[in-house]
Design a protein around this ligand. Structure first.
Ligand code: NDP
Ligand code: ZN
Length: 368
């Protein structure tokens, strides 16, 4: 099928229209007409090669919501017309200990899990293209049900931002009444505030932005601390049982280590580039762990979608058109100090895509 999208050919270029062929669904696969796709900070990191591993052309997007158009033979869970979603991965070996325990995101098979974009799929190893596009084809095990109680525009960010903060709360056993800290209140951070509250934690948000205070409190935070205010940070010393750190760039960890109670854990989900040096002394004296966490498994992603539907937790979303995505990237690169999550109206893009014909760059077919 002919698919229109937005992608880039190098780290230096803006995203622009592309056109490519996707294979029709094979046995066990589901074709999805995309209606919405969230813009995650990872899309920007990947498009600009911040992690040094980008394969071009890069068509980002892993907070995908759409409607099933056709299914391949043997598909049991989905049928034409179903409202569905796709998060950060579209395949894994399904046979290793990680996959068998529902942690496909940590697949130990020869290729690991296949990411929705910038992923390689067995057996040909070619690049995958994501949800900044009109259609996608995914094997049914990696397709999620979007609960009816969720507005489709809100569901996408739950499948990346939501699961990425929910999985560590589960893994590190965040208990009712414990204090959860969240550092960096953008797309991931604001979901962490709302989900942490739904799990019964006391939530303290650490932000640089005084302007966000009221909105963060309205999301359910018990307290907002301005992270650049040394005195306020000092007052919060040794108060947290768990800290989810979503800050996307290298930054000094020491002010955050100070916030931790003995035996607590800082979970890094944001910065994957480098941390400046920090002294391990306070970690040693208080048995504090610094850990990392990558999205979550499929079953757990379904669980967080259902949890958000049940508690009516929705991301704070600003709808945009596809050709505004470069502007949004600039906003994220500048620190996302305004809107929390942007979501692309792919239905609208589909309408205009037909007229792109000649101007869209034809790129090679992705593996999916
Ligand atoms: P956003 O840009 O929406 O939010 C990041 C927030 O961090 C900002 O709103 C801001 O919060 C704070 N921040 C931004 N720049 C700086 C800076 N220079 N110094 C200090 N604080 C800063 O990003 P997302 O929430 O979409 O993503 C966050 C990170 O998580 C990204 O690096 C992304 O790649 C990563 N990620 C990781 C995943 C995983 O599985 N581990 C999955 C998905 C994303 P404030 O204004 O409140 O200070
Ligand atoms: Zn993401």
């Amino acid at each position: 099928m002919k698919v229109y999208g937005y992608g880039t050919q190098s780290a230096e270029q803006d995203l622009s229209p592309v056109v490519f062929e996707r294979q029709d669904p094979k046995d066990g696969e589901v074709a999805i007409k995309i209606t919405h796709c969230g813009v995650c900070h990872s899309d920007l990191h990947q498009a600009r090669n911040d992690w040094g591993n980008t394969m071009y052309p890069c068509v980002p997007g892993h907070e995908i919501v759409g409607v099933v158009t056709t299914v391949g033979k043997g598909v049991e869970k989905f049928k034409e017309g179903d409202r569905v979603g796709v998060g950060c991965m579209i395949d894994s070996c399904l046979d290793c200990p990680s996959c068998e325990s529902g942690e496909e995101n940590y697949c130990r098979g020869p290729k690991g899990c296949t990411l929705t974009y910038n992923g390689t799929k067995n057996p040909d190893g070619s690049n995958t293209y994501g949800g900044y596009s009109t259609d996608i084809v995914v094997r049914e095990e990696f397709v999620l049900r979007v609960p009816e109680a969720l507005d489709p525009a809100s569901a996408g960010p739950i499948m990346c931002a939501g699961i990425t903060v929910y999985a560590p709360m589960k893994h590190w056993n965040l208990e009712e009444g414990q204090t959860l800290g969240v550092a960096g209140i953008g797309g991931l951070g604001h979901m962490a505030v709302a989900i942490g509250k739904a799990l019964g934690a006391r939530v303290v948000a650490f932000t640089r932005s005084e302007d966000k205070r009221e909105e963060i409190l309205s999301m359910g935070a018990d307290e907002v601390v301005i992270s650049t205010d040394a005195e306020a940070m000092e007052q919060a010393a040794q108060s947290l049982d768990l800290l989810i750190n979503t800050i996307p760039v290298p930054h000094d960890l020491e002010p955050y280590i100070q916030l931790m109670k003995p035996d607590s854990t800082i979970v890094v989900v944001g910065n994957m580039i480098k941390f400046p040096e920090f002294s391990p002394g306070p970690l040693v004296f208080n048995r504090i762990s610094v850990a990392g966490s990558l999205i979550g498994g499929i079953e757990e992603t379904q669980e967080v979608l259902d949890l958000c539907a049940k508690h009516q937790i929705t991301p704070n979303v600003k709808m945009i058109e596809m050709d505004q995505v470069n502007e949004v990237f600039e906003t994220l690169a500048a620190g996302n100090d305004g809107d929390f999550r942007h979501v692309i109206d792919i239905d609208k893009f589909r309408e205009s895509a037909r007229s792109l014909n000649g101007s869209a760059t034809k790129v090679e077919a992705p593996s999916r």
